[in-house]
Design a binder for this molecule. Structure first.
Ligand SMILES: *Cc1c(COP(=O)(O)O)cnc(C)c1O
Length: 380
């Protein structure tokens, strides 16, 4: 699967273009992931979450495959449109939008918006009259390696009121959304949110408002160190819950995969800058890479995402190492609480390959913190 990436990296080295860490993403893997989603959830439309990796080549490929796009800003809307998606295939899925951005999106043809409170509904009613809105409900994110906290969504009891307000203001109360937390390793975690959704559908129907859609969000995992269930298992579990809670009146559904669409398509090549100990009897080595929290590996925050790391010394004896980035900021440490096992024979100057880095890396990287350039990205 990563042979193409390995070949690309060798080529880059041979041409003398190897000047710092880079992320290489294989479009063939994205294509496979898209088909796997389409197959696992055949009646569900895919809205790729652009923020996971907005590389134009990725967006273009997905647009050509028929994907829709979940966008969070005017720039992301423009990126998806530039890739060939028509505005009816886009949603403005951020619940926190400036009114002038809603207006701009409306001018660009966007008619589907996320909300989670009445104030946001009012902005949309003014700036994007007649549009469809879906209300995001809170999800606790249990079981997710990158939970999404309480920043987005409202309690289910409030969602009905928010959508009623939208209806009253001339918008189309279109449906509900939730996100079960990113890198969600438990396929059954959609069940509770679908139970709440079905209840809101029924409540609103009694008041004459008929919702059409449930947005199942993202959360589909990519493989890091631990194994994750296949997307097929998610499809089966979600379908079972839809049947259980909606009976034979299953609504239109959409998913918004980000990580699950591009995570395993990318690999970072980085270099060991220094290996040292803090004292003669130190039991852990410190290994410093030329990549850290500020130039691509932000998701190691709180050691949440643990990336698989390959080296040319794999197979040798392993020892626990603190892994850190290159900047002069003390938070630029990747794994310390839970040290990372690396080969004893690893040397300064060695290359390391960090797998599963196609999502949430390049655009998380700072512009020039400490003089380190943003992470280079190649799409092949
Ligand atoms: C980030 C985001 C996603 C993608 O989540 P993944 O866990 O990467 O699949 C989906 N929907 C919304 C609204 C998001 O903000």
């Amino acid at each position: 699967m990563t042979d193409r990436i390995i070949d690309f990296l060798r080529d880059r080295r041979e041409k003398g273009q190897d000047d710092g860490p880079c992320m290489v993403l294989d479009l063939n893997v994205v294509r496979e992931n898209y088909s796997a989603f389409a197959k696992a959830l055949p009646d569900t439309r895919v809205f790729y979450a652009v923020k996971a990796n907005p590389a134009p080549e990725v967006l273009k490929l997905l647009a050509a495959l028929g994907s829709c796009f979940d966008t969070a800003s005017v720039v992301e809307i423009q990126q998806a449109l530039a890739a060939g998606a028509t505005p009816d295939r886009l949603s403005f899925g951020n619940t926190i939008k400036k009114e002038r951005d809603i207006e701009r999106a409306y001018e660009l043809g966007i008619r589907l918006f996320a909300v989670d409170c009445e104030a946001e509904v009012e902005k949309i009613a003014r700036a994007a009259p007649g549009s469809r809105v879906f209300c995001r409900i809170l999800c606790d994110g249990a079981g997710a390696e990158w939970p999404l906290s309480r920043k987005f969504g409202c309690v289910p009891e409030m969602a009905g009121r928010v959508l009623e307000h939208a209806h009253r203001l001339g918008l189309v109360a279109y449906g509900l959304s939730f996100h079960v937390g990113s890198q969600q390793r438990n396929p059954r975690m959609w069940d509770a949110a679908l139970a709440s959704s079905a209840e809101i559908f029924r409540d609103l129907a009694e008041r004459g408002i008929h919702l059409s859609m449930v947005n199942l969000g993202g959360g589909f995992p990519t493989k890091y160190l631990k194994d994750v269930p296949a997307v097929k298992a998610y499809g089966q579990s979600i379908f079972k819950s839809l049947r259980k809670h909606f009976g034979n009146r299953i609504p239109e559904t959409i998913i918004e995969p980000g990580r699950g669409m591009v995570g395993n398509a990318g690999m970072i090549e980085a270099e060991v800058v220094l290996i040292s100990k803090k004292s003669d009897d130190d039991t852990v080595k410190w290994v410093y890479l030329d990549i850290g929290k500020f130039n691509g590996l932000a998701e190691t925050m709180d050691e949440m995402i643990r990336y698989p790391i390959r080296t040319a010394y794999d197979g040798d004896e392993l020892e626990p190492c603190v892994l850190a980035g290159p900047t002069c900021d003390s938070v630029d440490v990747l794994y310390e609480k839970d040290p990372y096992l690396l080969p004893v024979s690893l040397e300064i100057g060695a290359k390391v390959l960090i797998e599963g880095t196609g999502a949430y890396t390049t655009t998380y990287s700072a512009v020039e913190f400490n003089g380190f350039p943003p992470l280079k990205s190649y799409v092949i």
